[in-house]
Design a protein. Structure first.
Length: 357
């Protein structure tokens, strides 16, 4: 791939949308057209020796942009003396889980529709020889704030272009631990199936509000992933989830990547088809009831999953905060012992804000 030309900047940058180790993402406006974008500003100094990573991301985005409605589009890329710039469409609708939390209610069919969209986009990626390798809710963004906004797969920083005949030769450990497939930890070679494992984790999360391998420490989490040790528990969070949905998850969270469903197979799974049919029946029922002038009771068809999801998230957050508080108290006690009982207020503040780092 040729090196992007050094050209005068055509964009005016604004507020920061996100930050990473090597880059910052800002909102940007094209000076001539006034159109708004997101621009990833990558520091050449910080990326020194790793420039291939950003050039790989550009190559991936060039290959897949405009090819599927649910994949973030690359609009432009260029460089200056100090930085590399990737300009993409601006996703203004927020992250996936934030949108769910703002909804008044949330049903299994909603989860299925989201998963169908993700599987469709990943099927396209895989057809183009791309493995995303970092699928997670934070990288699933809505294009606009509209209720019917398209969901977009974003952040291709860890993605790879692979040959079809060499689909299991990637060995780099990468991704977000809770969403990483067993073969990544084993370093036995991986490829497209790692994305399907991640979709399994995302689906589980979308049905209950927590991930299947969430453990108290990273070692336990990794061991659980390596052996696919997960359960559809506690019962109260899964009582209203169909067996078909659970079967869908099970066929993705399979340790052997060769036995894992492909994106195409996932799209044909009965759960996605059944929930789609259920949704169509409910729309027909709603329209018929409106014609007849009576009330509708869609909740009688499927149960609202949102209350349990929110309760679980709150409980998990409270538990983690409690653990951090205990660690902070223990560290404070150690400081007292080391300093003969005298602790400076700034040290107390640091412990309370940062815990046991």
């Amino acid at each position: 791939m040729s090196t992007p030309a050094i050209v005068p900047c055509k964009y005016k940058t604004g507020r920061v949308l996100g930050e990473g180790t090597y880059a910052v993402v800002k909102e940007a406006v094209h000076i001539e057209t006034g159109k708004r974008y997101a621009v990833k500003v990558v520091s050449k100094k910080l990326m020194e020796g790793k420039e291939h990573m950003i050039r790989n991301e550009i190559a991936v985005l060039r290959r897949i942009s405009v090819g599927h409605a649910n994949i973030l589009t690359l609009a432009d890329y260029f460089e200056t003396m100090n930085n590399l710039y990737l300009v993409t469409e601006l996703a203004e609708g927020g992250e996936l889980f934030d949108r769910i939390c703002r909804k008044g209610n949330y049903y299994e069919r909603d989860a299925a529709n989201l998963v169908r969209t993700i599987c469709s986009a990943v099927e396209y990626l895989h057809e183009q020889g791309i493995v995303h390798r970092d699928l997670k809710p934070e990288n699933l963004l809505f294009k606009t704030a509209a209720e019917d906004s398209e969901l977009l797969i974003a952040d291709f920083g860890l993605s790879k272009i692979i040959d079809h005949e060499k689909f299991r030769l990637l060995t780099t450990t990468c991704g977000t631990p809770g969403y990483m497939a067993p073969e990544i930890f084993q370093k036995s070679g991986h490829g497209k199936p790692v994305d399907m494992w991640a979709i399994g984790v995302i689906t589980y999360f979308l049905l209950c509000g927590y991930t299947p391998f969430d453990r108290q420490n990273s070692v336990d989490e990794m061991n659980a992933i390596l052996h696919a040790e997960y359960h559809f528990e506690p019962t109260e969070y899964w009582r209203n989830v169909s067996d078909s949905a659970k079967d869908f998850v099970t066929k993705l969270l399979t340790v052997d990547p060769n036995q894992r469903m492909t994106a195409t197979e996932a799209l044909k799974h009965p759960w996605l088809a059944q929930v789609s049919q259920s949704h169509e029946m409910e729309v027909d029922a709603r329209q018929q009831t409106q014609i007849q002038g009576g009330p509708t009771d869609m909740e009688g068809v499927q149960q609202d999953l949102l209350p349990n999801m929110m309760a679980r998230m709150k409980a998990r957050s409270n538990f983690r905060n409690a653990v951090q508080a205990v660690k902070a108290v223990n560290k404070l006690q150690k400081l007292r012992e080391q300093l003969g009982g005298h602790v400076h207020p700034e040290e107390v503040s640091h412990v309370l804000h940062h815990g046991d780092e």
